[in-house]
Design a protein around this ligand. Structure first.
Ligand code: ADP
Ligand code: MG
Length: 330
């Protein structure tokens, strides 16, 4: 198979016809020139970048279509946590080789996801590197000229703490993928296994829910480093204490067949990669939040309260001894 040049790669795989040549509304110039041009808006611009590196964020030999769905999913999750819709993105792609089958699978999956979320790929950079990595930068405007978003710093004393979906699935899926347990330890059935792994391949960011949550919640964060570590971010930036009731945490149903309850707790608290939303809202919003949860068919669980003080407190007899500890690169 002949090696493709950098320019062939861009033209063939990353000039999505849908967007590149018939740019969407706010894209005045897409892939192909020295830079992209987007129309500006009076509403403030929101920007976020997330990088995925082989061997760090996903196991070696992960399929290209899953790398694409995961890369976009985790990036969109950051926008969900701000309550903002992303509309454009750039991609820095580093590849050990120009493998046309890999590129075809990767770009097809990326194009599908971009279309699903309404995001235009407007530019990027393609380089050769011994290590495979994908870095996406997403852009989108706030709803109003005032720049309303959900923020980590906005939790108020007396707020309820909520979490969407279920916890522990990211870490449990990684254990399944890397085979770091025995059958006796975790007699996980086939359906649970498939569900967990599918959620790792293609995280489902809570974007539509997050956008509507903007009107109801005060603070929000997406759970990428683990419930406790991400709660800690809200506590620090809001200068308050997050008091969480261990027994109220919504554990993913696939985990409960694990024979070691401490392992389940550790996955749910510190495992990371769940891409759920953790948010705080005034108790008077509870009814509206339940209605939003019903509308989006996305379970939401109240897990505690914001209090005056500092840090994260985990309450419950069986939950003491779990340190606040998420994944840290350094
Ligand atoms: P330059 O040499 O000026 O840096 P490049 O050759 O890197 O330009 O890129 C050419 C065009 O292709 C630019 O519009 C750039 O934004 C786009 N591009 C490069 N790599 C990617 C990628 N991985 N995804 C999307 N667009 C890309
Ligand atoms: Mg370049």
């Amino acid at each position: 198979m002949a090696d493709l040049s950098e320019f062939d790669i861009i033209k063939q795989y990353f000039s999505f016809p849908h967007y590149g040549h018939q740019p969407s509304e706010n894209v005045l110039l897409g892939v192909g020139d020295d830079a992209a041009i987007l129309s500006s808006s009076k509403n403030p611009l929101v920007v976020a970048t997330d990088t995925l590196i082989e061997g760090v964020h996903f196991p070696n030999n992960f399929l290209p279509q899953h790398i694409a769905s995961r890369a976009l999913g985790v990036n969109v999750s950051d926008f969900a946590a701000m309550g903002v819709k992303p509309t454009a993105m750039t991609m820095a792609l580093s590849l050990p080789a120009s493998d046309s089958q890999w590129l075809a699978d990767f770009s097809r999956s990326l194009a599908q996801q971009c279309e699903y979320y309404g995001i235009a790929l407007v530019g990027g950079d393609t380089t050769k590197s011994p290590c495979l990595s994908v870095s996406l930068t997403l852009l989108g405007n706030t709803y109003d000229e005032g720049g309303s978003t959900l923020r980590r710093s906005a939790a108020q004393d007396g707020d309820d703490i909520w979490v969407t979906g279920s916890l522990g699935k990211g870490a449990a899926a990684l254990a399944l993928l890397t085979d770091t347990f025995s059958r006796e330890e975790w007699p996980c059935n086939q359906t649970a296994k498939e569900n967990l792994i599918a959620s790792f391949y293609a995280p489902q960011p809570r974007l539509d829910f997050g956008i509507e949550l903007l009107a109801l919640a005060n603070a929000a964060i997406d759970i990428s480093d683990g419930l406790l570590a991400d709660s800690q971010h809200i506590a620090e930036q809001s200068q308050s204490q997050l008091s969480i009731i261990g027994d109220s945490l919504p554990l993913h149903s696939g985990l409960v067949s694990h024979t070691d309850p401490d392992k389940i707790k550790q996955w749910a608290l510190s495992g990371g990669d769940d891409y759920e939303l953790l948010f705080t809202a005034a108790p008077s919003r509870a009814e509206a939040i339940v209605a939003l949860s019903d509308k989006h068919q996305l379970p939401c669980q109240k897990i505690g309260a914001v209090k005056s003080g500092r840090g994260v407190k985990l309450l419950g007899r069986d939950w003491s001894g779990f340190e606040v500890d998420g994944y840290r690169h350094f």
